[in-house]
Design a protein around this ligand. Structure first.
Ligand SMILES: C[S@@+](CC[C@H](N)C(=O)[O-])C[C@H]1O[C@@H](n2cnc3c(N)ncnc32)[C@H](O)[C@@H]1O
Length: 268
């Protein structure tokens, strides 16, 4: 626990900081979380107050520290095959595209530590056979992306992977890697990770057949949601599908896609 107190005024500055950096709206209930998560950064820099740390972040002289603070203030909860209905849909769509010459492309637009894009990759590898496909995983946090690129997970985090996929696409660690699982190399080679901040203009990513934007809109306010969804949908092919988290909604956010099932939309 930090012995340095975070004042309401300092917390308000952190709320502004993370909103400007990532579009994230942090509620007042997050004050203790901010205090706890950033305490070690104050220790690292030997700073006596959160105000001094904010000065450092806003000085423009420590971009790596700004990234570190963003990493620490984002919530990265995820797991393999979360919200399974989306993976059933993906299987149907991919099976329909089997035999095509163009790669079937899927974007996991807030991929966190990689469980979502690797779940997508397992379904595509299975349903598309030898047909080409690729997956892009992106996130604002460089820390989660580093972990995602390894494709290496503790076994207890992999219990939702269907047994047949575990057998075909995952390697169980032995010896010093006991208790871990590595996503098979042929899959890892087709899943690319890159840092993308959805709250700013997107880089050129090409067009996708399916986009997953799940469990990230909950952190945005209405205006940010509208801007993020418009940006993301500009990368969806006409006829492409868009999946959002089950607790999220596109009401008053976008009419560029039509609902086809709960939390699943299609671009006309
Ligand atoms: C709760 S995780 C969701 C992971 C996965 N999509 C799922 O549903 O399991 C939310 C992710 O969104 C990322 N995120 C938050 N703001 C973002 C932004 N502005 N741009 C890109 N990613 C962002 C966080 O870093 C975090 O990894």
């Amino acid at each position: 626990m930090s012995s340095i107190a975070l004042s309401d005024a300092e917390f308000a500055q952190f709320q502004r900081f993370i909103h400007e950096a990532a579009g994230i709206c942090m509620s007042p209930s997050k004050k203790a979380l901010v205090c706890g998560r950033l305490a070690k950064r104050l220790q690292h820099w030997r700073l006596q107050s959160y105000g001094k740390y904010l000065e450092l972040l806003c000085s423009g002289s420590a971009p790596a520290e700004v990234q570190m603070a963003v990493d620490l203030l984002t919530t990265n909860e995820t797991y393999f095959f979360r919200e399974p209905r989306h993976f059933e849909l993906l299987r149907e769509l991919a099976a329909g595209a089997r035999g095509g010459r163009q790669p079937f492309r899927v974007w996991s637009a807030a991929s966190s530590t990689g469980e979502e894009p690797y779940s997508i990759a397992m379904v595509l590898a299975d349903a598309l056979g030898a047909s080409p496909w690729d997956v892009l995983g992106s996130d604002i946090s460089t820390r989660v992306l580093q972990r995602a690129r390894t494709g290496h997970y503790p076994l207890e985090r992999t219990r939702h992977i269907p047994p047949a996929y575990l057998k075909r696409y995952c390697l169980r660690g032995t010896g010093p890697e006991d208790g871990t699982l590595l996503v098979e190399r042929s899959l890892r080679q087709r899943v690319h990770f890159m840092q993308v901040n959805l709250n700013t203009t997107l880089p050129q990513l090409g067009q996708f057949d399916v986009i997953f934007l799940r469990n990230v809109m909950i952190y945005f306010n209405g205006e940010t949601k509208r801007q993020v969804v418009a940006r993301v949908l500009s990368a969806l092919k006409p006829g492409g599908h868009f999946c959002i988290g089950h607790s999220e909604s596109l009401n008053d956010v976008s009419c560029a896609v039509m609902p086809v099932a709960p939390s699943i939309y299609r671009k006309p």
